[in-house]
Design a protein around this ligand. Structure first.
Ligand code: SME
Length: 151
């Protein structure tokens, strides 16, 4: 069942709990993947301080070889460079794409900002083509603002 406002409440509770950052991020991945059927891989990439690169953080889903992604590369790297949400409704049409699994058909990447600087990203893969709506985008941008508190 998709109840975005209930999930926002639960994420606020996770963000304010006493776990360390990675524990909170992992719990948020679990909450999203368990409650939204078209989210089939949910994970965080953390921005390096010293160079324009993303490092794989907590995630739930199939293991990925893409543990380090330079800004500009793939959907994650392009979202980091553009500093905005990047939705690809059909990954077969995206040439700058890093494939994790043949089951993945679409992807949404939402940057997380702290003091106007990108500190990380929320990355979601789906096994459906064109599953992401404006409601998904608004919901995910909303939670990324809440999640920025843990950085
Ligand atoms: N597909 C991503 C790489 C990360 S995986 O989805 C986990 C991309 O093109 O940046």
């Amino acid at each position: 069942m998709q109840n975005f406002s209930l999930l926002i409440d639960k994420i606020t509770v996770i963000v304010d709990n006493k776990l360390e950052r990675d524990g909170k991020l992992k719990d948020i991945c679990k909450l999203l993947i368990d409650n939204i059927p078209h989210y089939n891989w949910v994970g965080f990439y953390i921005a390096e301080n010293s160079k324009p690169e993303l490092i794989l953080g907590p995630y739930i889903g199939a293991p990925t070889e893409h543990t380090k992604i330079p800004f500009g590369k793939g959907i994650c790297g392009q979202a980091a460079e553009r500093k905005e949400t990047f939705i690809v409704q059909d990954v077969s049409k995206e040439t700058n794409y890093l494939s994790c699994s043949i089951n993945v058909k679409s992807e949404i990447v939402v940057p997380i900002f702290k003091d106007n600087k990108i500190v990380g990203e929320l990355d979601i893969d789906s096994h459906a083509t064109s599953p992401f709506t404006k409601e998904d985008k608004d919901f995910l941008e909303n939670i990324c603002k809440i999640i920025s508190k843990v950085f």
